[in-house]
Structures are given as structure tokens and as C-alpha cells.
Design a protein. Structure first.
Length: 158
């Protein structure tokens, strides 16, 4: 008979962590590429109204936002508390809307220019007078595909 000795219990080999940095950097790169940063800094208060019948926009890259509301607290000293129009990152007047529409159309491909949706993000406490003025200016420059942004709710309470 031959002698076989067990030299003791051998444990499990250690987990190989050589590829761990590659995986970490691959995940980091993935999240850096897929994350979308906010394009516009809000300078107006914007609490959108609630609605029961809402639908999502199909292609958000074809949406241009017009924000309407009173300036945020730290800007009220310079701009007052009256509702203001914010186009991109600046306060503008109703007369600046045609130029804004033209600039937004120029930034898109020619095939997409007539498919732009103009989304009004209006604060719930804003009077309709300024909203009507904005809509009239949009009509003058043939920007007719209009959307009102709102939050979805199950039931509207009075």
C-alpha cells in the first residue's frame, strides 16, 4: 500500500481582482456618457399645475421650453415680483420671442424645424394675460405646435 498524506486543509484561492479597475472605469464611462445635465438654469419659480389627462412628449429633443413665472427669491430685488418670461438662461420680453423661435429653428436640422414643440412651463400662480401675449407672438411667427407642461394627478381637488 502506498502512503498518501494530507498536508492539511487547503483553503479557497483568493479572488482575482486584477480586472476590477477595468470594470469600475467602464461603469464610470457609461454613466458619464448617458447622463444628461440640465441645460437651463431656472430663474423663475415654476410649480406647474396638476392635470388628469396628460400625455408624454415622444421626442424631447424637439421641444423648446418657455418658462413663465415670478423671479426666484434671490433675483426679486433686481427684477421685481411680476411674472417674467425666461427664454434659455435669460429674462426676455414678449418682443424677443420671434428671435428666440428663429434661433431654436436654426439650431435644429432642416427636416426637424417644423416639428418643434413649444412647451410653456407656466407657474400655477401666473395670470393668463402674459401667457396669452406669448401665444399671440408664437402665432405671428407660425410656431403653432404648442404644449402646456403639467404634473399628472389622479384627481383634481377644488
Amino acid at each position: 500500500m502506498s502512503k498518501f498524506r494530507k498536508k492539511g486543509k487547503k483553503g479557497q484561492p483568493a479572488v482575482n481582482t486584477a480586472s476590477l479597475p477595468d470594470i469600475v472605469f467602464m461603469l464610470l464611462f457609461f454613466f458619464m456618457v448617458t447622463t444628461v445635465m440640465r441645460e437651463t438654469t431656472l430663474k423663475v419659480e415654476n410649480v406647474t399645475p396638476q392635470a388628469t389627462e396628460v400625455s408624454k412628449l415622444e421626442k424631447k429633443s424637439l421641444v423648446a421650453y418657455i418658462y413663465i413665472g415670478k423671479p426666484v427669491k434671490n433675483l426679486q430685488g433686481a427684477f421685481g415680483t411680476a411674472p417674467r418670461i425666461q427664454l434659455n438662461d435669460a429674462f426676455k420680453t414678449v418682443d424677443d420671442i420671434p428671435l428666440f423661435v428663429e434661433m431654436e429653428k436654426e439650431a435644429r436640422d432642416e427636416a426637424e424645424r417644423n416639428r418643434i414643440t413649444w412647451s410653456l412651463k407656466v407657474d400655477v400662480n401666473t395670470k393668463m394675460g402674459i401667457v396669452t401675449d406669448v401665444k399671440q407672438e408664437l402665432r405671428k411667427v407660425n410656431a403653432l405646435k404648442l404644449n402646456y407642461s403639467s404634473k399628472k394627478t389622479d384627481k383634481i381637488s377644488n
